[in-house]
Design a protein around this ligand. Structure first.
Ligand code: PT1
Length: 284
């Protein structure tokens, strides 16, 4: 019911929105004054204004065929942004999207309250870094690596295999001392999944949700929505809202999205319809 992430407690009785914070690859500047840090802080303020419950910061793309970046590059991109956000006294948790334990450690030291890991803390040392803290964790499923995952994804029963993996990672976290009230699980849409696999996972999301661990869904602007609509990545807002709405209806606790304002509004409608108490409270 309450997700513990550092000093924050997020009430998950209604679905929450994780806003994706752009951290531009290389510092672009107008003669060295307006840096990638300033741009990221400005974007963060917009996302908070629009109703984001969490900010997700990543310095290495994990979309299909993305080029890996070095540890130092990743640190240089994200740590100054986290420091600047903390200096600006933002009142919502900062999530660090990384699978590298050294980035997790530095980000937490800089003030991040959540780790969002597409490798579900399987990297050597990752689980120990998180266990020594009180931060929240999102454990995501991926088949393969971002470089190869879309080459030939294969499952007997995608929902069962994804669920079994995530529950095994939840168990590993609990064994390491990370209590379950700090955990989210995520089926990892688009991470080593065909169009059919992604659709099956959405259709049967309840099968994952019913195990009781809060679920995060990330479908925003993804290629599966492009396959469904024929739209390019910049024209997938309506598709993304439909996907977020369906995910929330099926019990997702958090949606990782680019378009915070539109998603927050859609989720208000879902919550008002699903949770009658929200209506009774404001009825006249
Ligand atoms: C996600 C996610 C993420 N997605 C979590 N973290 C990305 N917890 C980054 C495509 O098919 O779903 N959950 N961090 C972005 N990754 C992708 C993957 C982006 C696939 C696009 C696609 O278009």
């Amino acid at each position: 019911m309450m997700l513990h992430c550092g000093q924050f407690k997020l009430d998950l009785t209604r679905p929450r929105v994780m806003g994706i914070l752009n951290v531009t690859p290389d510092s672009f500047s107008d003669g060295g004054h307006f840096t990638h840090v300033d741009a990221a802080v400005a974007h963060a303020m917009t996302l908070i204004d629009e109703g984001a419950d969490v900010l997700d910061i990543g310095g290495e793309s994990t979309r299909p065929n993305a080029t890996p970046v070095s540890l130092q590059q990743e640190l240089d991109r994200v740590i100054p942004v986290i420091e600047a956000l903390i200096a600006n006294h933002i009142h919502i948790p900062i999530s660090i999207d990384t699978y590298k334990p050294a980035v997790m450690q530095s980000a937490i030291a800089a003030g991040a309250s959540m780790v969002n890991d597409v490798r579900a803390l399987q990297e050597e040392g990752a689980i120990e870094v998180v266990a020594e803290t009180q931060v929240g964790v999102c454990l995501m499923h991926m088949q393969g690596t971002p470089q190869t995952m879309q080459q030939n994804p294969h499952y007997q029963d995608v929902v069962k295999e994804v669920t079994d993996f995530l529950l095994a990672r939840v168990h590993a976290c609990e064994q390491a001392g990370i209590t379950s009230n700090r955990l989210l699980i995520d089926p990892g849409f688009g991470f080593g999944k065909t169009r059919a696999h992604n659709i099956t996972l959405i259709q049967q999301l309840e099968r994952i949700v019913h195990h009781g661990v809060p679920l995060l869904a990330g479908l925003s602007r993804k290629s599966v929505l492009g396959q469904m609509t024929g739209q390019e990545v910049d024209a997938r807002l309506y598709a993304s809202i439909a996907a977020a709405t369906v995910s929330a209806m099926k019990g997702a606790s958090m949606l990782r999205v680019h378009d915070v304002k539109a998603t927050v509004e859609a989720l208000k409608v879902v919550s008002a319809i699903v949770d009658n108490r929200l209506n009774e409270m404001t009825d006249t």
